[in-house]
Design a protein around this ligand. Structure first.
Ligand code: COA
Ligand code: AMP
Length: 630
């Protein structure tokens, strides 16, 4: 089928389209209702279907002859470990761990928070939760105790699962003390914590609450899969919004399984038995969809890589893993390739490896800049697919459908809308813009299967964050345009969310932390361009009257504060003192204007500005400090 035929059918007859795709998964109870409304008035898929995601990811394949096939290849240069786990072994590990959780009272609908590094046990924990029909919430290991505490209070987990430590290149990061601090800070207290002890750092256990993973599994009774409704939640994944409080993106079971299964062939051109490698982390949506669920739902082998693109041990790491495990697809953030390119511009490392099995390289998580695109294509000789998506959607909104019809790529574009996503470009009044004109990228409702139906415990926040700005559409928060061939170009966020090394962060949250410093009267945190990480946060700080503090000293304190509250992943390294910040007459800081200045873009002076003289002043300071892109 051609892309156009597939896409048109998905938009014109969504129920027929997705009803057909739903037949690809083994439901316990086949859905009769394809699209309906829930109590919030939101579109939901397959409401009367029943299934279990872990069954589809594991047991189904064991029952259908894939028991001996590798489900997971764990490759950890940082601990010098490699391990292959078959579908049968993984199914049994998951059933046993589900037994551990069940013995702690975890049942359908209960939440379990997982705070783990990139080890196979992270997948075991997620799948075990899914097996019980419970809801996991994985928190990225680079987040500090405060962030973890916020998520614990929102998700209210019955049990938490962690490991004693993670390993970042050669640094051992102890997870358990951070988890202990988070539980100390949180109002909600989980009943039990299961700890996987790793030899690199053995964690101290709290009696009566903490359990050793290995000991608990040794005496556990394997638990069966619990049937759930298609619309029951599978997980909550917190993502940065524009405020300090992260949003708990909810993913359901049935539509998620249908969407991901479809995507594995249609977008990534993967067949059962192929090896898929997403070089991300289970703490991000890419890790959920394409390290854990997607490849397993499709009967593929997934690579769990505990390492970096460089320095573990060199810039040939990605090529080694692809060659050694015969990966057919590699998926990573552009930052990773920029890091490799910086270290090994001629790709001398690449020549050492046989990449004949590698068919396609996929990139997402941030804008793929054309120089990085060209370098990767030129050096690897492989097609490079830029695809655009968000935690909220769970899978790609735009991309090149390699398993349907590969289109000619256009550097800078994430190609065309994926079937099911009706992508439109609107001006601020909600009028559709002609091709070539930049505006707000929105998705006409209904959203296809796999996308969030709500924010955990807060439908109103979901509605106001995504549905009210343009009635009838989901607002993506990204800006961009379409060209005459229907290719979509995503140019960046239109809100206060930034992307640092493919990690989504909220400048609003950083502002709250910076503003909490005793010396700070007011501040704005903006993302400035960074050649390696795409963007980097910088604080523009106004001091309180009478405060006498050296800028270097203040910067060091603010850097330490953000690191303590959000974590190292925030990469907040710079803060400068300014005399004034441009504001509206009602006192709102003109952040968009600051972003435009930092991007070196033309801007017009808004009529609402309070003090026009503040603009040239801030522009000059930002220029002097190297905060303005050429
Ligand atoms: N647990 C604990 N700490 C973590 C962590 C984790 N899982 N991941 C990152 N960190 C820490 C790092 O150790 C670093 O700490 P430091 O400031 O003490 O050095 C900090 O967070 C920033 O990490 P990172 O952004 O990864 O920077 P880096 O300089 O260590 O590495 C790259 C640079 C480009 C190699 C790296 O950013 C990278 O691989 N990027 C790709 C990102 C990606 O795959 N994103 C997924 C989205 S699809
Ligand atoms: P996350 O929710 O962490 O996946 O981040 C989603 C955001 O990352 C999007 O809203 C975009 O701003 C950005 N993003 C992801 N993929 C792309 C891409 N291919 N091109 C441009 N921006 C992207």
């Amino acid at each position: 089928m051609s892309y156009q035929a597939e896409y048109s059918k998905s938009i014109e007859a969504p129920e027929a389209f997705w009803g057909e795709k739903a037949e690809a998964i083994a439901w316990y109870k086949q859905p009769q209702t394809i699209l309906s409304k829930d109590d919030n008035g939101m579109d939901r898929w397959f409401a009367d279907g029943e299934m279990n995601t872990a069954y589809l990811a594991l047991d189904y394949h064991v029952e259908n002859g894939r028991g001996d096939q590798a489900a997971v290849i764990y490759d950890s240069p940082v601990t010098d470990t490699k391990r292959t786990i078959s579908y049968l072994e993984l199914r049994d590990d998951v059933a046993k761990f589900a037994g551990v959780l069940k013995a702690q009272g975890v049942a359908k609908g209960d939440r379990v928070v997982v705070y783990m590094p990139m080890i196979p046990e992270a997948l075991v924990a997620m799948l075990a939760v899914a097996r019980l029909g419970a809801v996991h919430s994985v928190v990225f290991g680079g987040f500090a105790p405060h962030e973890l505490a916020v998520r614990i209070d929102d998700a209210e987990p019955k049990v938490m699962v962690t490991a004693s430590c993670g390993v970042e290149i050669s640094k051992v990061i102890e997870y358990k003390p951070m988890l202990d601090q988070a539980i100390e800070k949180s109002a909600h207290k989980p009943g039990a914590v299961v700890v996987l002890q790793r030899p690199e750092a053995v964690a101290e256990m709290i009696e009566g609450r903490d359990m050793d993973w290995v000991e608990a599994v040794a005496s556990a009774e394997p638990a069966d899969c619990v049937p759930v409704k298609s619309t029951d939640p599978l997980y909550v994944l917190y993502t940065s919004g524009t405020t300090g409080k992260p949003k708990g993106v909810v993913r359901d079971n049935g539509s998620h399984a249908v969407a991901l299964k479809y995507s594995m062939k249609a977008i990534y051109n993967m067949e059962p038995g192929d090896v898929f490698w997403a070089a991300s982390d289970v703490g991000w949506v890419v890790g959920h969809s394409y390290i854990c669920y997607g490849p397993l739902l499709a009967g593929c082998t997934t690579v769990v890589y505990e390492g970096k693109p460089i320095r573990t041990p060199d810039a040939g790491a990605f090529w080694r893993v692809c060659a050694e495990h015969k990966c057919k697809a590699l998926f990573a953030a552009p930052t990773a390739f920029r890091a490799i390119k910086k270290e090994d511009p001629d790709a001398a490392e690449l020549a050492k490896y046989d990449l004949s099995n590698l068919q396609t390289i996929f990139m997402a998580g941030e804008r793929l800049d054309p120089p990085t695109y060209h370098w990767t294509v030129e050096k690897t000789g492989k097609p490079v697919v830029d695809h655009w998506w968000q935690t909220e959607t769970g899978w790609a909104i735009c991309g090149n459908m390699m398993g349907v019809e590969a289109k000619a790529p256009k550097p800078g574009s994430s190609t065309v809308p994926v079937p099911g996503f009706n992508v439109c470009v609107l001006d601020h009044e909600g009028n559709e813009l002609p091709n070539g004109e930049q505006g707000n990228i929105v998705l006409k409702l209904p959203l296809p299967p796999g996308c969030l139906p709500t924010v955990w415990g807060d439908f109103e926040r979901f509605r106001t964050s995504y549905l009210t700005e343009f009635p009838g559409y989901y607002s993506s928060g990204d800006g961009g345009y379409k060209d005459d061939d229907g290719y979509v170009f995503i140019m960046g966020r239109t809100d206060d969310v930034i992307n640092v090394a493919g990690h989504r962060l909220s400048t609003g949250e950083m502002e709250e932390i910076v503003a909490g410093h005793d010396a700070v009267a007011e501040c704005a945190v903006i993302g400035i361009n960074d050649p390696l990480k795409g963007q980097e946060p910088v604080g523009l700080v106004l001091l309180k009257n009478g405060v006498d503090i050296e800028e270097d000293e203040l910067q060091a304190e603010l850097v330490a504060l953000v690191r303590k509250e959000i974590g190292a992943v925030a990469c907040f390294k710079r803060a400068i003192v300014v005399q004034r910040l441009p504001k509206t007459r009602s006192g709102k800081i003109l952040r968009k204007l600051l972003r435009q200045i930092a991007d070196g873009k033309e801007y017009s002076i808004p009529s609402t500005i309070d003090d026009p003289a503040s603009l040239p002043e801030i522009e000059e300071i930002m220029g002097e400090r190297g905060l303005v892109s050429a």
